[in-house]
Ligand binder design. Sequence first.
Ligand SMILES: NC(=O)c1ccc[n+]([C@@H]2O[C@H](COP(=O)([O-])OP(=O)(O)OC[C@H]3O[C@@H](n4cnc5c(N)ncnc54)[C@H](O)[C@@H]3O)[C@@H](O)[C@H]2O)c1
Length: 386
Amino acid sequence: MLTAVQQRQAENRQSPKLENIRKLVVIGCGGYIGSHLLEAVLPRTQIEVFGADPITSKIEDLLAAPNLRVHRGYLRQHETLDTLEEEISSADAVINLAAICNPAEYNTRPLDVIYSNFLDSYPLVEMCSKHKAWLIHFSTSEVYGRTIASYLGENRYDDPALYELDESTTPLIMGPIQNQRWSYACAKQLLERFIYAHYADHGLPFTIVRPLNFFGPRMDYIPGRDGEGTPRVLACFMAALMDGQPMQLVDGGHARRTIVSIHDAINATLRILENADRAQGVIFNVGNRNNEVTMAELAEHMRRIYAEVAGDDAYRNHPIEVVSADDFYGEGYEDCDRRMPHLERAETLLGWKPVLTLEETLRETVDYYYDHYVKNPAAGQIAAGE
Ligand SMILES: NC(=O)c1ccc[n+]([C@@H]2O[C@H](COP(=O)([O-])OP(=O)(O)OC[C@H]3O[C@@H](n4cnc5c(N)ncnc54)[C@H](O)[C@@H]3O)[C@@H](O)[C@H]2O)c1
């Protein structure tokens, strides 16, 4: 019998109504979301996919698909832009996933983050506007910044209006300039405004997706195995479990996030593609309100599930330690307190609802990392050197 995760994956590969899409351009196709999107779309051989990404290790096993062509290059390169312009002129939709989107880099590589999330992408927006190509841009829920409740002191979460995130009405509140962690959120927000202005002034058909913590296999590298640095929280916790190091909770792990399975998120993306008439001109939160956890709770869940997957109860008590944001991320870090999305828009316009629970999502993810890096350590070397 199929698990709930396998059922959702099967549904994604078979979802019926993509006949309006003959050609799709995907920039950042080699990343985490891109690799799952290609897995769902490529079996439909009537859809031609043109991808662009300098790094393709996560999609190596898809590269032979007859309906996939990939240009290996960065958006900022003239050759990439020229190639993309030609491809976009005949595309039914353009999905932009390209970004530096790792919190550990927002305050340590702010210029690269701003280039990647705004300056590299704005020529793409202009190109789509010129050719009236439908741009589906992946932004971020970080554009909301911190909640109003967080500025009002403790215990203001009794009023959802002070912390829930609505695509049309919630103000976007960011911290001071010297807190450079806002470089990402701010660059993403400016690109959203640029896209919207092109829509208003030149009729650019657009959809903006604001993802809220898509979790699943292949999300990030594991430091010391197939990458260096500090990845997103999931891979940090996985690395600590696999390497026998303490799981580190930044500032006590009080920050709350809602976690949605990558397969639910891909389902939302496919529904956008299937419903151009309803999705164009719209911004969508994509998340799961039922799967809210503090980072401290996430660490607890992950060590319990890891103990089950590894068949070793000792992991249930794997050490967890508290570290300051300055020690973990460096100066200029400041966290978003909570992200509880309104999802009525995606439900009403796309008929989309997330179905996978936190337990199912984490179980699949921990299983994947354990299989990939512990049971089959050679596999973890694939991306090395890129
Ligand atoms: N995964 C999430 O939960 C999440 C949350 C919020 C926002 N997002 C957004 O979704 C998008 C995709 O996220 P992801 O998790 O797949 O990230 P990822 O880092 O796994 O993938 C991004 C891909 O873009 C490529 N890329 C980066 N800069 C590029 C450039 N200038 N030109 C061409 N390719 C470039 C990278 O090589 C990488 O393969 C990003 O815009 C990100 O900000 C994702």
